[in-house]
Design a binder for this molecule. Structure first.
Ligand code: VGL
Ligand code: ZN
Length: 216
């Protein structure tokens, strides 16, 4: 794949998506090798003046949990009023240890921690728009108020929250990059391949962390 060059200025924010205990090894919804993103994110974060962290933040009994649908199982897809919804093990419950950001993240200069998935009956993979595709999290307005028109996305999971966040960012007109080695996927039933194609179709640009540092 041809690689494009990025210029990181004040117009650029690093987005760190859902690097929370429940998505790390031993977590309730562990992303395979999810912990490997942490040193990469810590290494590139000082290159950015603007850092935004997102946190999946569900009320207990959330409608995306299979435990809320006793007739269904983890990873089954069911129809919700807003469309298909994959069912997950209970994860990232507000105030729980599993919902906490990893202690190993080192992002002292991050200004905004955005919590999403907070509505009982609407999931939100995207940090911009909830799964009903109309409820806004307010992130776009916040970025625009800071003069940010370019985002660099990292975190978990590539095929869910990273992908939906990246696609919405690109569709909102932000120049959108995904740092491949700063993300890991859940990858169920071809979800990673589908997400990559959807990101590409939306105009998301992929790069590696070494392209962010000069001269690799
Ligand atoms: C996520 C599944 C359910 C994610 C969040 O952060 O990718 N995936 N909730
Ligand atoms: Zn979730």
């Amino acid at each position: 794949m041809a690689h494009r060059t990025i210029v990181i200025g004040n117009n650029t924010a690093l987005l760190v998506v859902d690097v929370q205990n429940d998505f790390l090894p031993q977590g309730a919804l562990a992303v395979p090798r999810g912990d490997e993103v942490i040193p990469v994110i810590n290494r590139i974060a000082p290159l950015f003046e603007q850092v935004v962290i997102t946190q999946d933040w569900h009320p207990a009994g959330h409608s995306s949990f299979s435990s809320s649908h006793p007739e269904h199982q983890d990873y089954q897809v069911i129809d919700m009023p807003y469309g298909p919804q994959c069912l997950w093990p209970d994860h990232c419950i507000q105030g729980s240890v599993g919902a906490e950001l990893s202690d190993d993240l080192s992002l002292p200069h991050a200004r905004l921690i955005l919590r999403k998935g907070v509505h009982q009956s609407i999931d939100s993979y995207s940090a911009f728009l909830e799964a009903d595709r109309s409820t806004s999290t307010g992130l776009l307005a916040w970025l625009q108020a800071q003069g940010i028109d370019q985002v660099v996305i990292t975190g978990l999971a590539t095929d869910f929250c990273v992908a939906w966040t990246a696609i919405d960012a690109a569709q909102a007109g932000l120049v959108t990059w995904v740092v491949e080695d700063a993300c890991r996927a859940i990858d169920i039933d071809g979800s990673l391949q589908r997400a990559k194609v959807a990101m590409q179709d939306a105009g998301v640009i992929f790069l590696t962390s070494c392209q962010l540092h000069q001269g690799c």
